[in-house]
Design a binder for this molecule. Structure first.
Ligand SMILES: *Cc1c(COP(=O)(O)O)cnc(C)c1O
Length: 234
């Protein structure tokens, strides 16, 4: 388990270096530890190292970990695709949802969010790379969708999220993140949104240089992922 602490120290240094290079304040970028496929023990370890926000993609897998870590003060982020028959569980078990891409999904999350819970924090997923990546809203449709979602009382619009098509070239990565940032800057003030969720293990520097406020990191923290077991993750 020493590996985790080393990886966390490395990651923090990468984040700090990127913040400095971008002329941003240290600690400005928040970290969501993506714990999908890793067990409750790995999460507890990360928690003891000070991490408080964890991202999960698969509902059943996440629910089991949440149940065993119920006494931890964790902000759970649902970052996977949201099937419409799963909106109730997502709305009941998570503080944040990043993969919203349709009004229908937002309406269902709103309807299922318990009244006595704080509002569910929502990021719209944007298909910023076009063709290559299929999830997310077309950037041109973002303003209309946000306008339609804004009145939903149990949701709190927090920002935009993107998973660009993989590309090793830093200039390309930065160009894509810069387009996200422009879009974010246009719509964020209208809804008081504060979160631009972009950057993963392989492209966090480019994301931070272009204004990401929240990165979602799996591999660089927990190591390589085993393949998810299909039967557990329908
Ligand atoms: C898996 C995943 C991540 C983390 O990816 P790494 O490359 O392992 O850091 C981030 N965001 C989403 C939506 C993911 O599904």
């Amino acid at each position: 388990m020493e590996g985790f602490e080393t990886r966390l120290a490395c990651l923090k240094e990468r984040i700090r270096a990127a913040e400095r290079a971008a002329g941003r304040n240290e600690g400005e970028v928040s970290l969501v530890a993506v714990s999908k496929t890793h067990g409750a023990v790995a999460i507890a370890r990360a928690y003891r190292c000070g991490l408080r926000h964890f991202g999960e993609n698969y509902l059943q897998e996440a629910a089991a970990k949440q149940d065993s870590l119920g006494h931890f003060d964790i902000g759970w982020h649902f970052i996977g695709p949201i099937q419409s028959n799963k909106t109730r569980l997502v709305a009941q078990r998570f503080a944040w949802v990043h993969g919203v891409e349709r009004l229908k999904t937002a309406e269902r999350l709103n309807a299922h969010r318990p009244d006595f819970f704080p509002r569910l924090n929502v990021c719209l997923q944007v298909n910023i790379s076009g063709e290559a990546s299929k999830s997310g809203v077309d950037p041109r449709e973002v303003p209309t969708l946000l306008e339609a979602m804004a009145p939903l009382p149990r949701l709190r619009l927090r920002g935009l999220m993107a998973i660009p098509a993989p590309d090793d070239r830093e200039a390309e990565q930065r160009g894509t993140f810069a387009r996200m940032r422009e879009l974010f800057d246009r719509v964020a003030p209208i809804y008081g949104m504060d979160t631009l969720s972009m950057g993963m293990s392989d492209d966090l520097e480019a994301a931070i240089l272009e204004g990401s406020t929240q990165i979602r990191i799996g591999t660089a923290l927990f190591g390589a992922r085993p393949k998810p077991i299909a039967a557990n993750n329908p």
